[in-house]
Design a protein around this ligand. Sequence first.
Ligand code: HEM
Length: 513
Amino acid sequence: MYTIRRLQQLQKTFFPYNFWVSQKQHHCCSQVDQAEPIMTGADPVLLSLRLPLTVIAVLVSIFWIYGRKKGRHSKLPPGDKRWPFIGSTFSPFESHPVTTLADFLNIQFFRYGKIFTTRYRGKPLVISADPEFNRFVFQNELTLFQNDLPSGFRTIVGEGSIPFLAGETYRRARSLKHAFINSWQVQTRFLADVEEAVERVMTSWRQKSLIMANEEISKFLFNLTIEKSMGTAADDPEVVELRKAFIAVNNGIYAAPLNLPFTRYSKALKARDIICNIIKRKAEDRKLNIDKMDEKESDLIWYYLKNDPSMPIQSVCGAIIGFVFAALFNTQNSIALAIYFLGQCPKSLQQLRDEFKKKMNDTDTTKKLTWDDYKNMEFCQSVINETLRLGNIVPRLWRKTLSDINYKGYIIPQGTTIMTHIAAMHLDPSAFENPDIFHPWRWLAIKKSNNWMPFGGGVRHCLGSEIARIQITVFLRHLILNHDYELVGPDHPVACPLVQFPKGLPITIHPLG
Ligand code: HEM
């Protein structure tokens, strides 16, 4: 699946393994020297370890035999199952540039193809970069597969949030959210609200000599999202407390795949309580005024009280935290990544600026964006597609099999975790030429690709994809129509395990003459 260039890159990855093997052999030799006294029965410390070591060896054997017996009827995709308990628990989450895959994955895909099996937390884990298989998984959600996020996510975000629901409860929650997001999107003021908010950001940016772009984008989107979800206005003093709490929740979620470090996790749980207390208070206030609700003014708390009054308040909290999380952090990363990629590729920045100008009739740069303008900006859509491909904002999605799955000769037993690897599909050289290069023009030619799934697919396809695209478009338009900008550093984004800008994406902007 990978090219010669990729293989050369991989060669350097193999060296540490060889090094490790030789170190280990050397270490073993030195142990033989030290081991001699045991044979004489003279070392009491080593003798005292005999019993615990025997118990461990017996336990390992029992679990190993049990695991093999259990998997007798399965025919999992090939792979390096390695240690029966630890396996690759840490390897898929190594920190690396967002435009590449972790070395562990490159090696496994190279050895075994687009679907392979490894072990995660002692259990088999099937990792797939195969678009056909991944589509099959997404389309059969709720019947053959179900969402299977690491347990830390569930505790932090909360049971009531959409990723953890199944069956009829899920269908109802999705349709409520769908209706809410649609009503937001089609409101006549939606585009104007986003434009006004971005204009305010640009006014403040023009007065700064150095802008920490990631933080500023996060504040701007937070204000928009929190107003829509909880009805908290940008100038409400509560916003600062809420933002701190949501960042702590997000940091906890970052640490959740490994439940590490524990302090982040426990801070996230406390932050969650703060958010829930605010939601509870708002819900109580509103229940007293439910008849005065105006549809156009509605936020998500109003919406749930009106449309699902029997929903327990804990579930409303989970639903709102999940919504803010989905709407905020992914879009924030997309805008920051677009600024980063365009800043590295002046030709695409100029072409995008020209397209924006054309929609403004070349003269009136204060004209507001219309839905027609937005729909007809082909290069802008290509820039967004390419940013979402190369930036890999949601690099992987987790699922679990609900019954034994028969797929192309493999038998994947019930209860197996599947990691549909979106980033690996996005960076697959057999689907995208020079996959590690930002090249928005590719989308003018190919229009769409089966390997492109930044918003997931099937039953759980992202409900806010259009809102995200509009927010990205409006932000870029206001940034580059009247300004030039430079990346300071530049600060290269890393996946750790999700997108992060280690220095906060510092930039400078200059008004265009
Ligand atoms: C560029 C920004 C965004 C990206 C990359 C993104 C990505 C995704 C992905 C990959 C999923 C599927 C999760 C899964 O299958 O487990 C998803 C689901 C979802 N997204 Fe987004 N999203 C973005 C923006 C938004 C926005 C702005 C909103 C809300 C306004 C939103 C709301 C949701 C919701 C509610 C779901 C859950 C759907 C379900 O489980 O039925 N997203 N998103």
